[in-house]
Ligand binder design. Structure first.
Ligand SMILES: C[S@@+](CC[C@H](N)C(=O)[O-])C[C@H]1O[C@@H](n2cnc3c(N)ncnc32)[C@H](O)[C@@H]1O
Length: 393
């Protein structure tokens, strides 16, 4: 593909990404993969170049752009080389006309910027939300150990016990160590979030919102495959990916439980009042993961945020019912909005007098209300809010 054709391909992709973002459609990564599945003429260099153009344009726009061309013109404002490719030659984009309006720049739509600012995220902290995330691995101690594992590249050892960092785009999926379950892709902050649960061998732990099991696998390794580890979620598709991952990781202890939204306790009745710990990795706005999904900024609205907060509080209440006297809850969101972090914990503690937030010993992040906040700028991780709660005996 000539450079202009790559820009035009990126514009077409941006059109579908913008439409999907506004209509709760597929994520950008999936749309890009589908686009190239039907365009075999595009080689791997073309694909990489188009993908980079798409993500650079998404990052360059704050509010939702009118269309892909407006988004690309926004990027071109700071890149004369791209602007020069709007020449109408071959399959390239048409020349720029006075009617063309580049999209607005910025970090996010204004209402969301206001929310972030109210949560003390502005300036460098806000800019870093749109940086490029590195690739972090967790060495799976059920099969290997960081100190002796040999990988095609050494990686940088991070503060979490089994964490290694590589450059974004490192093709770890091709590595034997990945295929055989010795390593898992997991952000360094997410590894600390799991560490906060301090799961011990022999305990009963419920991973209430397990998804495809990223954190469940880390808990199984901490528990040395001994005890009871329940992985539940309301999303059948996500949860169904867990057993194969668990098998690859050698985590035979995990039991999956599909939940009915609004009737979660019915499916978890057997464990009511029995759990040593419940991990609540609650559904949230994902404002801490924009480095990986920058178009997620365009999917949110105020009503959705309120719905997330309601669900988060409900899941915390549910977790409290599952925990035995003296048990604990680790509450996590990958959001930096207080509404989904500090405020949820304040609200929970107001309504549950037998519970208290317990001192965090995490060597990363900063205290935020009754919890801990990790940010891309301060910690080089995805953004997280992590709170540890303990119940009276
Ligand atoms: C942040 S994701 C979890 C990610 C997962 N723990 C991991 O480490 O990969 C939040 C999950 O909550 C699930 N969820 C949403 N509503 C739920 C509910 N009422 N009960 C349990 N899980 C729910 C979503 O399906 C989603 O998988």
């Amino acid at each position: 593909m000539i450079p202009g054709a790559r820009v035009q391909a990126a514009i077409e992709l941006l059109d579908s990404i913008i439409t999907a973002a506004c209509n709760n459609g597929a994520p950008a990564d999936r749309l890009i993969a589908e686009y190239f599945r039907t365009r075999r003429y595009a080689g791997s260099k073309d694909r990489r170049a188009v993908r980079e153009l798409v993500y650079a344009a998404i990052r360059a726009c704050g509010p939702v752009p009118a269309d892909g061309r407006a988004a690309m013109l926004r990027l071109a404002q700071n890149d004369p080389e791209i602007l020069g490719l709007f020449d109408g030659v071959g399959h390239g984009p048409a020349t720029v006309t006075p009617e063309d309006q580049p999209a607005e720049g910025g970090i996010a739509p204004q209402w969301l910027m206001d929310r972030l600012q109210q949560s003390d995220i502005s300036g460098d902290e806000a800019e870093a939300l749109l940086g490029r995330a590195p690739l972090d691995l967790r060495v799976n101690t059920l099969k290997a150990d960081r100190s002796s594992l040999e990988l095609p590249e050494p990686g940088e050892a991070l503060a979490a016990a089994q964490a290694l960092r590589f450059e974004a785009g490192t093709q770890v999926e091709q590595w034997d160590a990945f295929k055989s379950g010795m390593v898992e892709v997991q952000d360094h902050g997410s590894q600390w979030a799991c560490a906060a649960m301090a799961a011990q061998p022999g305990e009963t732990i419920i991973d209430l919102c397990a998804g495809a099991g990223g954190k469940t696998l880390a808990l199984a390794a901490m528990m040395e495959n001994r005890g009871v580890l329940i992985a539940s979620d309301t999303d059948r598709g996500r949860l169904s990916r867990l057993p194969a991952r668990a098998e690859r990781a050698g985590a035979g202890m995990i039991e999956t439980v599909l939940l009915n939204p609004g009737r979660e306790l019915e499916m978890l009745a057997d464990w009511r009042g029995t759990a040593d710990g419940v991990l609540v990795d609650a559904p949230c706005s994902g404002t801490g993961t924009w480095r990986r999904n920058p178009e997620a900024r365009w999917r949110l609205d105020e009503r959705q945020l309120e719905r997330f907060a309601e669900t988060q509080s409900r899941l915390l209440d549910l977790a409290a019912m599952l925990v035995k006297p003296g048990g604990r809850i680790t509450y996590i969101t990958c959001s930096l909005l207080d509404m989904e972090g500090r405020d949820r914990i304040d609200d929970f503690l107001d309504r549950h007098p037998g519970w208290a937030s317990t001192a965090d010993t995490l060597p990363v992040g900063r205290q935020r209300g009754g919890g801990h906040r990790l940010t891309p700028f301060h910690d080089g991780t995805d953004g997280f809010f992590i709170a540890s709660l303990g119940s009276a005996c």
